[in-house]
Write a protein that binds this ligand. Structure first.
Ligand SMILES: [Fe+2]
Ligand SMILES: [Fe+2]
Length: 321
């Protein structure tokens, strides 16, 4: 260890941070310090991009320990969790790539639920959103290869990434081709239920009907998610998707009772994707429907009044043989 006689005292404000925890070609969203003459000197500010050569040089010079402000340890934990996630293999054909995205996206969502919503987390979500848009732009029918995982315990983690995939496919079928907008839709859908971090797991997986008090907690998740994203640099469309994905075209949704005249088309796309994935997934309180049954249910119970007919037709076109 390099930090012997010249090391500053590690206080409550600063903790050790091993250089081996830094990953080539990654960006740290927290400050790191080096010890010089028993002082903490800023070595890399938030936003610093690391490369293998520099990491090797630090180790060679004996600086295997840097220092981090203790208040940034949660950020560092999220950085380490997301940089370990595999990169999406763009060599794969879209039907296999979407399955890879589904797995990696579910692991990402698990990190998101277990840690803090940090810049590293948003950056990883952006790269997943871009990979999603690229994959579905190549072949929108690849969404047929999404799993609809049977085990409801993992529903929460897989749900958001599938809603993201369905949303992008619907948007492309509706004629949207602007990659930046498609990325925003993918990103908003990835984060759409982030407010459920504030809902107890026991409530999310409850098999019986919810009490009025429990419904109140559950229905708070769009605003809770919007609040969590307030600090992030997400643009208007993703934030609207997070806040308004439970609104309905007849104005009977929540939290604001907006109607079809006030809801962004991108939000209505995500709403349909959200409903469709919920219907086709096994949950603690329902068995999963087939895709046909889900589409039939939407057509008879929700179309026009609650969900956008154009988006519905676009979804069918992606799922048709
Ligand atoms: Fe939701
Ligand atoms: Fe959802």
């Amino acid at each position: 260890m390099s930090t012997t006689s010249t090391a500053p005292m590690v206080t409550k404000e600063y903790s050790f941070y091993g250089v081996e925890r830094l990953v080539d070609n990654s960006v740290t969203d927290f400050d790191l310090f080096i010890s010089l003459e028993r002082h903490f000197i800023l070595y890399s500010g938030s936003g610093y991009k690391w490369n293998r050569m520099e990491l090797n040089e630090l180790l060679r010079a004996g600086h295997d320990q840097l220092y981090i402000r203790s208040q940034d340890l949660a950020k560092a934990a999220m950085y380490e969790a997301v940089v370990k996630l595999p990169m999406i293999n763009r060599e794969l054909a879209p039907p296999e790539r979407i399955q890879h995205l589904e797995q990696v996206g579910a692991k990402f969502t698990q990190c998101l639920y277990e840690g803090d919503l940090t810049e590293a987390c948003v950056e990883k979500a952006r790269s997943l959103a871009t990979a999603m848009t690229d994959c579905i732009s190549e072949d929108r029918r690849c969404i047929q290869n999404l799993s609809g995982l049977a085990d409801h315990d993992y529903y929460t983690y897989f749900h958001s990434v599938r809603v993201s995939a369905y949303s992008v496919a619907i948007a492309i079928s509706l004629g949207l081709s602007d990659a930046a907008l498609l990325n925003q839709i993918a990103l908003g859908a990835l984060f759409h239920d982030v407010g459920k971090k504030d809902v107890p797991q026991s409530l999310l997986n409850k098999s019986g009907p919810l009490t009025d008090a429990e419904w109140k907690i559950m229905r708070g998740h769009p605003e809770a998610g919007f609040g969590r994203l307030a600090e992030s640099v997400l643009s208007h469309v993703p934030r609207e998707i997070v806040l308004h994905h439970h609104e309905r075209r007849n104005g009977l949704g929540y939290p604001h009772g907006l109607d079809k005249g006030s809801l962004l088309p991108e939000v209505q796309i995500a709403t349909l994707a959200d409903i469709f994935d919920a219907l086709t997934s096994a949950r603690s309180y329902q068995s999963k429907r087939s895709r046909y049954e889900a589409l039939d249910f939407i057509r008879h119970k929700l179309l026009k009044e609650e969900v956008c007919p154009d988006s519905y037709r676009a979804l069918i076109s992606c799922l048709a043989a």
